[in-house]
Design a protein around this ligand. Structure first.
Ligand code: NAP
Length: 290
């Protein structure tokens, strides 16, 4: 890893709280090194009370851009100068570009989701989809599905049912999609709903390291061989949820493609260069397998 930085080295940041779990510094710094770009990516642990002053600091220090993670993805919106159309509809930002002092917000999770699901576009079109989770990742997913994959029905399943209703109401109004159903996350009651879904997505943090034995759905009969099952959790790469779906013969998609491609879009916004996806993915898999 390069360890010498010069007067022209450009700084990219990450703000969140906590941020120790993030692999974004690894992804971007590996990519800068491969592409021989004079950039460095650093994480900043910013508590919610300091969000506004942190943004002023970013502009004052002429930081080129930054990623945004939990808990700032939604709150940051009111503090930015401009939003991409996608970020404005989703209501969450994960990437900011500092354009000569003007902060513009994007949601690049959309691009990660498109790259993950595009090979299955025809199967997903006009089908029933179940989404487990109702946080920021679920918001980006619902936007992307409606905009790019034209599903027939979307079932939103969440521990806190009210939060799922909020998403239903929000997207019914914003995107004029009416075919939503909402259910509480209680696996024994969900077997039939899940079985008839062409695509099932875990958009919760259940099963993420170190709670690797946890799974949002623990009933194997909820899955079939005709399904596509996608877990947004990327650490571990193969979660308990995906293991169960795989046992039923389903096609399983890990969170790694989304992770690398959301980063690739942000990287391009900041540097104008392409992120070396294949090399970065290989390095990431190696690190995650340790
Ligand atoms: P978030 O806004 O904090 O939402 C968390 C969601 O998980 C909520 O629906 C929450 O339910 C649910 N949840 C958390 N712990 C739970 C538990 N013990 N039991 C039941 N439900 C639980 O987080 P987010 O930004 O949407 O992220 C969700 C996951 O997606 C994370 O694992 C994140 O790493 C992953 N992600 C991956 C990528 C990628 O590139 N692969 C990108 C973005 C996010 P309640 O509403 O009931 O609290």
């Amino acid at each position: 890893m390069k360890n010498t930085f010069y007067i022209n080295t450009k700084l990219i940041g990450l703000i969140g709280h906590p941020i120790r779990h993030s692999y974004s510094p690894f992804i971007h710094n590996v990519a800068f090194q491969i592409n021989e770009l004079d950039y460095i990516y650093l994480p900043f642990d910013v508590i919610p009370d300091n969000l506004e002053s942190a943004l002023k600091g970013m502009v004052s220090l002429d930081i080129q851009g930054f990623n945004v993670t939990v808990p700032h993805k939604e709150k940051i919106i009111d503090l930015l100068d401009e939003l991409s159309e996608e970020a404005a509809i989703i209501g969450a930002v994960n990437t900011v570009l500092n354009d000569h002092g003007k902060l513009k917000g994007y949601n690049t999770d959309v691009h990660g989701i498109i790259e993950t699901l595009n090979p299955y576009k025809d199967e997903i079109a006009d089908s029933c989809i179940s989404i487990i989770g109702a946080g920021g990742a679920a918001r980006a997913l619902i936007f992307t599905l409606i905009r790019h994959f034209k599903p027939k029905e979307i079932l939103i399943i969440n521990r806190t049912e009210q939060r799922a209703h909020t998403l239903q109401n929000y997207f019914s109004e914003k995107m004029k999609f009416e075919n939503f159903t909402v259910k509480e996350l209680f696996p024994p009651d969900l077997v039939d709903d899940l079985k008839k879904s062409k695509l099932v997505v875990n958009a919760t943090s259940i099963g993420m390291h170190p709670q690797v034995k946890d799974t949002p759905i623990n009933i194997k009969e909820s899955f079939t061989k005709d399904q596509i099952v996608f877990d947004m959790v990327y650490n571990p790469t193969e979660t308990q949820f995906l293991k169960l779906a795989k046992e039923s013969g389903a096609t399983v998609l890990t969170g790694l493609t989304m992770l690398v491609h959301q980063a690739a879009h942000a990287y391009e916004l900041w540097t104008g260069e392409k992120l070396p996806v294949a090399e970065v993915s290989r390095s990431l898999e190696l690190v995650l397998s340790k």
